[in-house]
Write a new protein. Sequence first.
Length: 354
Amino acid sequence: MRSFRITGKLAFIFFCLIAASLAGCNLPAQATTTPTLNVTQAYQTVEARLTEAISLTPKFSATASPRATLTPVQATSSPTQLVETVTPASTSPPGASCNQALPGVPIDVTIPDDTQLRPGEAFTKTWRLQNVGTCPWTSDYTLVWFSGERLEAPVEVSLNETITYGQSVDLSVDMKAPDTEGTYQSNWKLQDPSGTMFGIGPNFDSAFWVRIIVEGAPLITGTPTATTTITPTATATAGIQVSGSATLELGNLYDLDNNQINSGGEDLAYQESDETHVLAPIDNTGIIVFGPNQPSLNDCQNANLGSDPITVNNLPGSYICYRTNMALPGWALINSIDLETGFLNIDVFTWSIP
């Protein structure tokens, strides 16, 4: 006989079968003969039923609940770029930036503010500026017209040398007074190679200017034509050192090389002696009265210049030829003289020669 391992479920089924078999024994006797229970057959029947029940019972696989798989996430970040700040070698003070300028001494080398010019008169304006920034001003830097009256000047003029920190430079541009009387101002700035403009003032962004007063009769035809630029060094042909007007008071010293009064290096002294007003040469300056017609360069170069003072009381409308103490030729026109106040108004034109 087979040996069975009877579980609780199988035992219950087996118990039901046995109970049914025993219940059959208590039924009333039938006319027919009841077969005797075969125990072996009963066990075989139970076994068959158990086998059938087992085959019909769903089979379950003991599957473990899925675990959440934690994939380690590697933190990523953009690498920090370490930028080494390199301070350019410079003798400029701490805090100085690239483009900075200060007015030179003086800033108005020629044509100071409110210089009186005649209509149509050509002149050259020269500013003196100092580089106080960390960037050198190379030939890629330009002097540019910013606003106001352009006065027939070029829009920009390139620098012709490199100016480093602490150095000063004289920047010149040729202009022409308008034909109509009035006060005119032309504003200018510097411009770096990238097109950024800068100037002077507390924030180094203020323009510098030339301001003229145009009055009187138009200039006589034949006034020397201004060249495109002024170069203090020798050139192949004569250019213009200075062109402008000045009003002198008695006792003033006047520089014919830069149209400045009492600035040092003067050529003439305006004086009074026995009710006469004179222009006296200083420091090897030579002068002579030329006449009512405007002289040419050759006229003044070939004139018999002297060192004696010239009386100007009766010279309004007359020209004087001169040679400055820098050996530059030129002419001066005596426009007017007020014998009571002593004010003397003159025009000057000094050539720059090889």
